[in-house]
Design a protein around this ligand. Sequence first.
Ligand code: MRU
Length: 342
Amino acid sequence: MVETIQWTNEGVVMIDQTKLPHVVTYVTCRDYKEVAEAIRSMVIRGAPAIGVAASMGVAIGFAHFDGGDFRAHLDTVCETLARTRPTAVNLFWAIDRMKKLAIGMEGRPLAEVQAALVAEAQRVYEEDIAINRQIGAHGGPLVPDGKHVLTHCNAGALATAGYGTALGVIRAAVEAGKKIAVFADETRPFLQGARLTAWELQQDGIETTLITDNMAGHFLKAGKIGCVVVGADRIARNGDVANKIGTYSVAVLAKENGVPFYVAAPISTLDLTLASGDLIPIEERAGAEVTHLFGVHVAPEGIGVANPAFDVTPNRYVTGIITEKGVARAPYEVSLAGLAGE
Ligand code: MRU
Protein backbone atom coordinates (compact mmCIF):
# COMPACT_ATOMS: atom_id res chain seq x y z
CA MET A 1 0.00 0.00 0.00
CA VAL A 2 1.21 3.53 -0.74
CA GLU A 3 2.71 5.73 2.01
CA THR A 4 0.72 8.97 1.94
CA ILE A 5 2.50 10.86 4.70
CA GLN A 6 5.25 10.18 7.21
CA TRP A 7 7.03 11.94 10.03
CA THR A 8 10.79 11.72 9.51
CA ASN A 9 13.88 13.38 10.98
CA GLU A 10 14.06 15.52 7.81
CA GLY A 11 10.49 16.78 8.12
CA VAL A 12 6.98 15.73 7.07
CA VAL A 13 7.28 13.66 3.91
CA MET A 14 4.22 13.40 1.63
CA ILE A 15 3.62 11.72 -1.70
CA ASP A 16 2.89 14.56 -4.15
CA GLN A 17 -0.73 13.84 -5.19
CA THR A 18 -0.72 16.62 -7.77
CA LYS A 19 1.78 14.60 -9.83
CA LEU A 20 0.15 11.16 -9.64
CA PRO A 21 -0.31 8.81 -11.40
CA HIS A 22 2.49 9.43 -13.88
CA VAL A 23 5.16 10.67 -11.52
CA VAL A 24 5.62 9.18 -8.05
CA THR A 25 7.54 11.79 -6.13
CA TYR A 26 7.74 12.96 -2.53
CA VAL A 27 7.72 16.42 -0.98
CA THR A 28 9.49 17.13 2.33
CA CYS A 29 7.94 19.91 4.41
CA ARG A 30 10.52 21.32 6.80
CA ASP A 31 8.32 23.79 8.66
CA TYR A 32 4.65 24.39 9.40
CA LYS A 33 4.30 26.94 6.57
CA GLU A 34 5.38 24.31 4.06
CA VAL A 35 2.87 21.84 5.55
CA ALA A 36 0.13 24.49 5.22
CA GLU A 37 1.12 25.14 1.61
CA ALA A 38 1.07 21.39 0.85
CA ILE A 39 -2.50 21.16 2.17
CA ARG A 40 -3.60 24.31 0.32
CA SER A 41 -2.09 23.22 -2.98
CA MET A 42 -3.46 19.65 -2.68
CA VAL A 43 -0.07 17.92 -2.52
CA ILE A 44 -1.97 16.15 0.26
CA ARG A 45 -5.76 16.02 0.23
CA GLY A 46 -8.67 13.95 1.53
CA ALA A 47 -10.19 14.77 4.91
CA PRO A 48 -8.36 12.32 7.22
CA ALA A 49 -5.01 12.86 5.46
CA ILE A 50 -5.42 16.62 5.86
CA GLY A 51 -6.02 16.01 9.58
CA VAL A 52 -2.86 13.92 9.91
CA ALA A 53 -0.87 16.55 7.98
CA ALA A 54 -2.17 19.32 10.23
CA SER A 55 -1.22 17.43 13.39
CA MET A 56 2.30 16.90 12.02
CA GLY A 57 2.27 20.58 10.99
CA VAL A 58 1.69 21.65 14.61
CA ALA A 59 4.41 19.26 15.77
CA ILE A 60 6.93 20.61 13.26
CA GLY A 61 5.83 24.14 14.09
CA PHE A 62 7.11 23.55 17.61
CA ALA A 63 10.16 21.51 16.64
CA HIS A 64 11.82 24.77 15.50
CA PHE A 65 10.45 26.99 18.27
CA ASP A 66 13.33 28.31 20.34
CA GLY A 67 11.40 30.00 23.11
CA GLY A 68 9.47 33.26 23.28
CA ASP A 69 5.71 33.73 23.53
CA PHE A 70 4.37 30.15 23.66
CA ARG A 71 0.68 31.07 23.19
CA ALA A 72 1.37 33.55 20.36
CA HIS A 73 3.45 30.96 18.54
CA LEU A 74 0.83 28.25 19.06
CA ASP A 75 -1.89 30.55 17.68
CA THR A 76 0.20 31.51 14.64
CA VAL A 77 0.95 27.87 13.77
CA CYS A 78 -2.64 26.72 14.29
CA GLU A 79 -4.20 29.65 12.42
CA THR A 80 -1.84 29.23 9.46
CA LEU A 81 -2.81 25.55 9.17
CA ALA A 82 -6.52 26.26 9.73
CA ARG A 83 -6.66 28.84 6.91
CA THR A 84 -5.73 26.29 4.22
CA ARG A 85 -9.03 24.56 3.35
CA PRO A 86 -12.44 25.21 4.92
CA THR A 87 -14.62 22.13 4.37
CA ALA A 88 -12.95 19.00 5.79
CA VAL A 89 -13.60 19.19 9.53
CA ASN A 90 -10.78 16.72 10.26
CA LEU A 91 -8.38 19.64 9.74
CA PHE A 92 -9.90 21.60 12.63
CA TRP A 93 -10.38 18.46 14.72
CA ALA A 94 -6.66 17.64 14.46
CA ILE A 95 -5.53 21.22 15.14
CA ASP A 96 -7.78 21.36 18.24
CA ARG A 97 -6.41 18.06 19.52
CA MET A 98 -2.81 19.26 19.16
CA LYS A 99 -3.63 22.67 20.60
CA LYS A 100 -5.23 21.20 23.72
CA LEU A 101 -2.15 19.06 24.33
CA ALA A 102 0.20 22.03 23.90
CA ILE A 103 -1.84 24.27 26.20
CA GLY A 104 -1.97 21.51 28.83
CA MET A 105 1.86 21.38 28.80
CA GLU A 106 2.52 25.12 28.83
CA GLY A 107 5.31 25.94 31.29
CA ARG A 108 6.95 22.51 31.02
CA PRO A 109 10.47 22.24 29.50
CA LEU A 110 10.28 22.96 25.77
CA ALA A 111 11.96 19.67 24.81
CA GLU A 112 9.20 17.79 26.65
CA VAL A 113 6.46 19.71 24.83
CA GLN A 114 8.16 19.15 21.49
CA ALA A 115 8.51 15.40 22.08
CA ALA A 116 4.90 15.13 23.24
CA LEU A 117 3.61 16.93 20.13
CA VAL A 118 5.57 14.64 17.81
CA ALA A 119 4.28 11.58 19.69
CA GLU A 120 0.71 12.89 19.48
CA ALA A 121 0.97 13.53 15.73
CA GLN A 122 2.26 9.99 15.27
CA ARG A 123 -0.68 8.72 17.34
CA VAL A 124 -3.11 10.60 15.07
CA TYR A 125 -1.44 8.88 12.12
CA GLU A 126 -1.49 5.38 13.64
CA GLU A 127 -5.02 5.71 14.98
CA ASP A 128 -6.23 6.73 11.54
CA ILE A 129 -4.99 3.49 9.97
CA ALA A 130 -6.58 1.44 12.76
CA ILE A 131 -9.84 3.38 12.40
CA ASN A 132 -9.91 2.70 8.66
CA ARG A 133 -9.46 -1.02 9.30
CA GLN A 134 -12.44 -0.89 11.68
CA ILE A 135 -14.50 1.02 9.11
CA GLY A 136 -13.61 -1.76 6.67
CA ALA A 137 -14.66 -4.42 9.17
CA HIS A 138 -18.08 -2.76 9.64
CA GLY A 139 -18.57 -1.87 5.97
CA GLY A 140 -17.18 -4.91 4.16
CA PRO A 141 -20.18 -7.12 5.06
CA LEU A 142 -22.56 -4.53 3.51
CA VAL A 143 -21.01 -4.86 0.06
CA PRO A 144 -23.00 -7.27 -2.14
CA ASP A 145 -20.92 -10.14 -3.51
CA GLY A 146 -20.49 -10.56 -7.25
CA LYS A 147 -21.35 -6.96 -8.19
CA HIS A 148 -19.62 -3.64 -8.84
CA VAL A 149 -19.13 -0.93 -6.24
CA LEU A 150 -19.30 2.65 -7.47
CA THR A 151 -17.11 5.25 -5.77
CA HIS A 152 -16.58 8.96 -6.31
CA CYS A 153 -13.40 10.99 -5.74
CA ASN A 154 -10.61 9.31 -3.77
CA ALA A 155 -11.34 8.09 -0.26
CA GLY A 156 -8.47 5.63 -0.23
CA ALA A 157 -5.02 5.20 1.29
CA LEU A 158 -4.03 8.47 -0.39
CA ALA A 159 -6.83 10.36 1.39
CA THR A 160 -5.93 8.94 4.80
CA ALA A 161 -2.87 7.71 6.71
CA GLY A 162 -3.47 4.37 4.97
CA TYR A 163 -6.06 1.76 3.86
CA GLY A 164 -8.78 4.33 3.21
CA THR A 165 -12.38 4.83 4.28
CA ALA A 166 -14.55 4.07 1.22
CA LEU A 167 -11.70 2.14 -0.39
CA GLY A 168 -11.09 0.52 3.00
CA VAL A 169 -14.62 -0.89 2.83
CA ILE A 170 -13.87 -2.20 -0.67
CA ARG A 171 -10.50 -3.62 0.45
CA ALA A 172 -12.14 -5.37 3.40
CA ALA A 173 -14.79 -6.91 1.14
CA VAL A 174 -12.09 -8.15 -1.24
CA GLU A 175 -10.01 -9.48 1.68
CA ALA A 176 -13.11 -11.38 2.85
CA GLY A 177 -13.12 -13.17 -0.51
CA LYS A 178 -15.97 -11.29 -2.20
CA LYS A 179 -15.84 -11.08 -5.96
CA ILE A 180 -16.29 -7.40 -6.51
CA ALA A 181 -15.02 -4.85 -8.99
CA VAL A 182 -15.07 -1.09 -8.83
CA PHE A 183 -16.49 1.67 -11.01
CA ALA A 184 -14.44 4.80 -10.30
CA ASP A 185 -15.92 8.18 -11.27
CA GLU A 186 -13.17 10.33 -12.80
CA THR A 187 -14.29 13.22 -10.54
CA ARG A 188 -14.06 16.45 -12.50
CA PRO A 189 -12.54 18.94 -12.25
CA PHE A 190 -9.53 17.78 -10.18
CA LEU A 191 -9.72 14.16 -11.37
CA GLN A 192 -9.10 12.46 -8.02
CA GLY A 193 -10.93 9.39 -9.37
CA ALA A 194 -8.98 9.09 -12.62
CA ARG A 195 -5.60 10.05 -11.20
CA LEU A 196 -5.71 8.66 -7.66
CA THR A 197 -8.45 6.03 -7.12
CA ALA A 198 -7.74 4.28 -10.41
CA TRP A 199 -4.00 4.25 -9.65
CA GLU A 200 -4.40 3.12 -6.06
CA LEU A 201 -6.76 0.26 -6.87
CA GLN A 202 -4.61 -0.81 -9.79
CA GLN A 203 -1.62 -1.08 -7.40
CA ASP A 204 -3.74 -3.43 -5.26
CA GLY A 205 -4.90 -5.51 -8.22
CA ILE A 206 -8.56 -4.69 -7.60
CA GLU A 207 -10.46 -4.75 -10.89
CA THR A 208 -11.44 -1.17 -11.69
CA THR A 209 -13.35 0.49 -14.53
CA LEU A 210 -12.85 4.23 -14.88
CA ILE A 211 -15.93 6.17 -16.01
CA THR A 212 -16.63 9.86 -16.49
CA ASP A 213 -18.97 11.35 -13.91
CA ASN A 214 -21.89 11.61 -16.32
CA MET A 215 -21.84 7.83 -16.91
CA ALA A 216 -22.75 6.91 -13.33
CA GLY A 217 -26.53 7.09 -13.92
CA HIS A 218 -26.24 4.82 -16.94
CA PHE A 219 -24.49 2.08 -14.98
CA LEU A 220 -26.68 2.48 -11.89
CA LYS A 221 -29.76 1.99 -14.08
CA ALA A 222 -28.20 -1.03 -15.80
CA GLY A 223 -28.26 -2.97 -12.51
CA LYS A 224 -24.50 -3.57 -12.51
CA ILE A 225 -23.82 -1.74 -9.29
CA GLY A 226 -24.50 -3.44 -5.95
CA CYS A 227 -23.81 -0.36 -3.85
CA VAL A 228 -22.17 3.06 -3.83
CA VAL A 229 -19.51 3.83 -1.19
CA VAL A 230 -18.01 7.30 -0.82
CA GLY A 231 -16.05 9.18 1.84
CA ALA A 232 -16.98 12.46 3.53
CA ASP A 233 -15.41 15.79 4.42
CA ARG A 234 -17.92 16.80 7.05
CA ILE A 235 -21.13 15.22 8.33
CA ALA A 236 -23.71 17.37 10.11
CA ARG A 237 -25.71 16.25 13.17
CA ASN A 238 -28.69 15.30 11.00
CA GLY A 239 -26.60 13.06 8.71
CA ASP A 240 -26.26 15.48 5.78
CA VAL A 241 -22.93 14.72 4.13
CA ALA A 242 -20.46 17.11 2.50
CA ASN A 243 -18.20 15.29 0.06
CA LYS A 244 -16.54 15.92 -3.29
CA ILE A 245 -18.63 17.83 -5.81
CA GLY A 246 -20.78 15.36 -7.76
CA THR A 247 -21.49 13.11 -4.78
CA TYR A 248 -25.04 14.51 -4.45
CA SER A 249 -25.86 13.62 -8.07
CA VAL A 250 -24.61 10.06 -7.53
CA ALA A 251 -26.70 9.74 -4.35
CA VAL A 252 -29.90 10.87 -6.08
CA LEU A 253 -29.26 8.49 -8.98
CA ALA A 254 -28.56 5.64 -6.55
CA LYS A 255 -31.86 6.19 -4.74
CA GLU A 256 -33.78 6.48 -8.01
CA ASN A 257 -32.38 3.09 -9.02
CA GLY A 258 -32.77 1.36 -5.64
CA VAL A 259 -29.00 1.07 -5.07
CA PRO A 260 -27.76 1.49 -1.46
CA PHE A 261 -25.63 4.60 -0.94
CA TYR A 262 -23.09 4.33 1.91
CA VAL A 263 -20.79 6.96 3.36
CA ALA A 264 -17.63 5.72 5.09
CA ALA A 265 -15.97 8.14 7.50
CA PRO A 266 -14.29 8.29 10.90
CA ILE A 267 -16.05 9.83 13.90
CA SER A 268 -13.62 12.78 13.52
CA THR A 269 -15.51 13.72 10.33
CA LEU A 270 -18.72 14.30 12.32
CA ASP A 271 -19.49 17.91 13.12
CA LEU A 272 -22.29 17.62 15.67
CA THR A 273 -22.17 21.39 16.24
CA LEU A 274 -23.92 21.85 12.88
CA ALA A 275 -27.64 21.06 12.81
CA SER A 276 -27.71 20.47 9.06
CA GLY A 277 -25.54 20.36 5.96
CA ASP A 278 -26.69 23.85 4.95
CA LEU A 279 -24.25 25.21 7.53
CA ILE A 280 -21.17 23.43 6.14
CA PRO A 281 -18.72 25.89 4.51
CA ILE A 282 -18.08 24.90 0.91
CA GLU A 283 -14.67 25.65 -0.58
CA GLU A 284 -14.69 27.54 -3.88
CA ARG A 285 -11.61 26.77 -5.93
CA ALA A 286 -9.90 28.50 -8.85
CA GLY A 287 -11.91 28.70 -12.07
CA ALA A 288 -8.87 27.54 -14.02
CA GLU A 289 -9.51 23.99 -12.75
CA VAL A 290 -12.69 24.05 -14.84
CA THR A 291 -11.56 26.06 -17.87
CA HIS A 292 -8.24 24.24 -18.25
CA LEU A 293 -7.24 20.60 -18.64
CA PHE A 294 -3.57 20.09 -17.72
CA GLY A 295 -2.72 23.63 -18.74
CA VAL A 296 -4.73 23.57 -21.98
CA HIS A 297 -7.53 26.11 -22.15
CA VAL A 298 -10.71 24.25 -23.21
CA ALA A 299 -13.29 27.04 -22.70
CA PRO A 300 -13.71 30.43 -24.37
CA GLU A 301 -11.64 33.24 -22.84
CA GLY A 302 -13.64 35.34 -20.39
CA ILE A 303 -16.40 32.78 -19.70
CA GLY A 304 -17.89 32.84 -16.18
CA VAL A 305 -16.96 29.82 -14.06
CA ALA A 306 -18.17 28.27 -10.80
CA ASN A 307 -16.02 25.73 -8.99
CA PRO A 308 -17.44 24.55 -5.65
CA ALA A 309 -15.16 21.73 -4.48
CA PHE A 310 -17.87 19.96 -2.44
CA ASP A 311 -21.61 19.46 -2.35
CA VAL A 312 -23.98 18.37 0.39
CA THR A 313 -26.02 15.18 0.09
CA PRO A 314 -29.21 15.39 2.18
CA ASN A 315 -29.54 12.56 4.72
CA ARG A 316 -32.59 11.05 3.00
CA TYR A 317 -30.30 9.72 0.24
CA VAL A 318 -27.87 8.08 2.67
CA THR A 319 -28.51 4.39 3.39
CA GLY A 320 -25.91 4.23 6.15
CA ILE A 321 -22.85 6.00 7.54
CA ILE A 322 -20.06 3.52 8.23
CA THR A 323 -17.78 4.61 11.09
CA GLU A 324 -15.16 2.83 13.18
CA LYS A 325 -17.77 2.44 15.93
CA GLY A 326 -20.45 0.87 13.74
CA VAL A 327 -22.98 1.77 11.06
CA ALA A 328 -25.35 4.70 11.68
CA ARG A 329 -28.75 4.65 10.03
CA ALA A 330 -31.69 7.08 10.00
CA PRO A 331 -32.72 8.84 12.15
CA TYR A 332 -29.15 10.13 12.12
CA GLU A 333 -29.65 12.68 14.91
CA VAL A 334 -30.00 9.70 17.23
CA SER A 335 -27.62 7.18 15.68
CA LEU A 336 -24.70 9.58 15.08
CA ALA A 337 -24.93 11.07 18.58
CA GLY A 338 -24.97 7.51 19.94
CA LEU A 339 -21.86 6.47 18.01
CA ALA A 340 -20.06 9.69 18.96
CA GLY A 341 -20.88 8.97 22.60
CA GLU A 342 -22.88 12.17 23.14
O1 MRU B 1 -10.69 18.03 -2.49
P1 MRU B 1 -10.26 16.72 -1.89
O2 MRU B 1 -9.52 15.84 -2.84
O3 MRU B 1 -9.54 16.90 -0.58
O4 MRU B 1 -11.64 16.00 -1.57
C1 MRU B 1 -11.60 14.73 -1.00
C2 MRU B 1 -12.94 14.12 -0.82
O5 MRU B 1 -13.96 14.70 -1.10
C3 MRU B 1 -12.97 12.78 -0.15
O6 MRU B 1 -14.03 12.02 -0.63
C4 MRU B 1 -13.14 12.96 1.37
O7 MRU B 1 -12.18 13.87 1.86
C5 MRU B 1 -13.04 11.69 2.09
S1 MRU B 1 -11.40 11.05 2.08
C6 MRU B 1 -11.36 9.63 3.02
